[in-house]
Design a protein around this ligand. Structure first.
Ligand SMILES: Nc1ncnc2c1ncn2[C@@H]1O[C@H](COP(=O)(O)OP(=O)(O)OP(=O)(O)O)[C@@H](O)[C@H]1O
Length: 296
């Protein structure tokens, strides 16, 4: 779905929005300006979109378009300059209990002195989840990511792909309503990456969790997502919010061989190229000129 303009108005370029009671996660007119010694950096100009419960959306955009900034604002790790993030209608003002984040740098997100099991268990312990319940959640999560055989290993005894599975198990055990993933597979080899993509879709379908998955990889965004939100170049607005109408059952060989997969990846690729060249959606151009600022 491309952002649309209404003649005679200067609307903010928006992604897909839903009636309030249908949205689990709402990003509303979100703007982030970093104050630095060298001046202000407007990382995100104006982002609006909703995710409904149980949706898996991917977010792609040129390098520096503010993807990590957006995830930090959504996860309550950083306050937006303007606008807001709502989780089930409640404004996010700090890390919400029912949100988990998986980062790219699994090496830094796991504690090397803790065994796999202890790493997965830690957030549950911190939440005061009783021992028996904790044990069950950890067992189930390790099984879901195929790591039931290494609970006593230390992270550094595992491959990169296995370490990222531990990070995913930790997020899964925590039973989040929303799972945010920031380039989680960027540091693993191609084969492991394909396995982890399938793991995410399996876990997503099994748990019904709402997922926002940031990636640089266009093919990955189309393969994984029910929707791909494409960001413009900085100062960032939504370039396009695209529904991925591929069959729900996906597998690496067949899905990626479908003509529709090729069409969708071409489309996303073209949009990213346009974004890199500074093209902005019509509604953003109106807003840009209305705000009196230069476009990218
Ligand atoms: N802490 C910070 N202080 C100042 N500027 C920052 C800070 N973090 C990010 N920026 C700037 O904000 C803009 C967006 O950065 P961000 O890391 O969010 O983009 P990104 O899309 O995640 O990038 P990449 O795809 O390269 O990881 C960039 O211009 C970046 O230099």
């Amino acid at each position: 779905m491309q952002s649309e303009t209404t003649p005679g108005t200067t609307p903010a370029p928006a992604g897909k929005t839903l009636p309030g009671n249908e949205a689990m996660l709402s990003v509303r007119n979100l703007k982030k300006v970093y104050k630095t010694d060298g001046g202000d950096i407007e990382a995100v100009r104006n982002l609006t979109f909703d995710l409904k419960a149980g949706e898996l959306a991917c977010l792609v955009g040129p390098s520096g378009s503010g993807k990590t900034t957006l995830l930090k604002c959504i996860s309550g790790l950083m306050a937006p300059t303007e606008g807001e993030v709502l989780l089930n209608g409640t404004r996010v003002s700090g890390p919400p209990k029912k949100m988990a984040v998986v980062f790219q740098e699994y090496g830094r997100s796991l504690f090397p002195w803790m065994r796999v099991r202890e790493n997965v268990e830690l957030p549950l312990k911190n939440q005061g989840v009783p021992r028996a319940e904790r044990d069950k959640l950890v067992d189930d999560a390790l099984e879901a990511v195929g790591l039931s055989h290494v609970p006593q290993s230390y992270p550094w005894q595992l491959s990169g792909g296995m370490q990222q599975r531990v990070a995913i198990a930790r997020a899964v055990a925590y039973q989040p309503e929303v799972l945010l993933m920031d380039e989680p597979f960027a540091a693993v080899d191609a084969q492991t990456r394909a396995d982890l993509e399938d793991l995410i879709r399996t876990v997503w379908r099994k748990l019904g969790v709402t997922v926002l998955f940031v990636t640089h990889d266009i093919d990955e965004s189309v393969y994984l997502g029910e929707r791909v939100i494409i960001l413009s170049s900085s100062p960032t607005v939504i370039q396009e919010d695209l529904a991925i109408d591929l069959p729900d059952e996906r597998d690496q060989l067949n899905t990626r061989s479908l003509p529709r997969f090729t069409e969708l990846r071409h489309h996303v690729y073209e949009q990213i190229q346009l974004a890199k060249q500074g093209h902005r959606p019509a509604a953003a151009v109106q807003t840009d000129s209305g705000a009196g600022s230069a476009t990218a």
